[in-house]
Design a protein around this ligand. Sequence first.
Ligand SMILES: [Zn+2]
Length: 68
Amino acid sequence: MTGHTPAPHTPARICPNCDGFATAAIPSGTRHPDGTRVLLHVDCGTCHGTGTLPLRRRLTAAGVVVAA
Ligand SMILES: [Zn+2]
């Protein structure tokens, strides 16, 4: 088979706890004077609202820390 080889699989950096939906808007049950709902915005506790995982740090053979 000819052609280019596919890029090696890179693991997704999406947060496994919130699946990328890092902030939830939760209605508090009360309303503003204009009738809109009061929402509480809560960030994911694992990724702290980013939706992604931090890059892993690893050491190379030379002892240099790189992000993977
Ligand atoms: Zn998350």
